[in-house]
Structure formats: structure tokens, C-alpha cells
Design a protein around this ligand. Sequence first.
Ligand code: FES
Length: 69
Amino acid sequence: MCGPPIMYKFVLMALKEAEVKPENIYLNLERKMKCGVGKCGHCQINNFYVCMDGPVFRFCDLGSTPEAI
Ligand code: FES
């Protein structure tokens, strides 16, 4: 899924209702990036760097990072 961040919450609720497994949900997390190589921290979400680890993540990998969504 990709789109405006507010949409993610509602699409995730719909996917849960449709019993889509979290490991089958992929999210594009867009963050303001600066360096793009994991040095500046602008895109950091806890221990993830969107520029280096993403920008596409599996939902099940973000389970302990609710602020990512
Ligand atoms: S953009 Fe600088 S760490 Fe990701």
C-alpha cells in the first residue's frame, strides 16, 4: 500500500477484517529524507532507517513500531 499516511490506518483495518495476514501486507513508508545513506537520521523510525531498510516494509516487521504508521 502507498498513499497518504492517514489512509494506512483505515486500509489496515479493512485488511485485518478481510483476514489478510500481516506478513502479506507491504507498506511504503515515505519520510522526508536528506542524505539517503543512513547518516543524517532524518528518516529514522526507532531502529529502522527508511532510506536504507525500506522504503517498503512488511507490516509484520513494523509490529513493535506503531509510530511508523
Ligand atoms: S535520509 Fe539520512 S538517514 Fe535516511
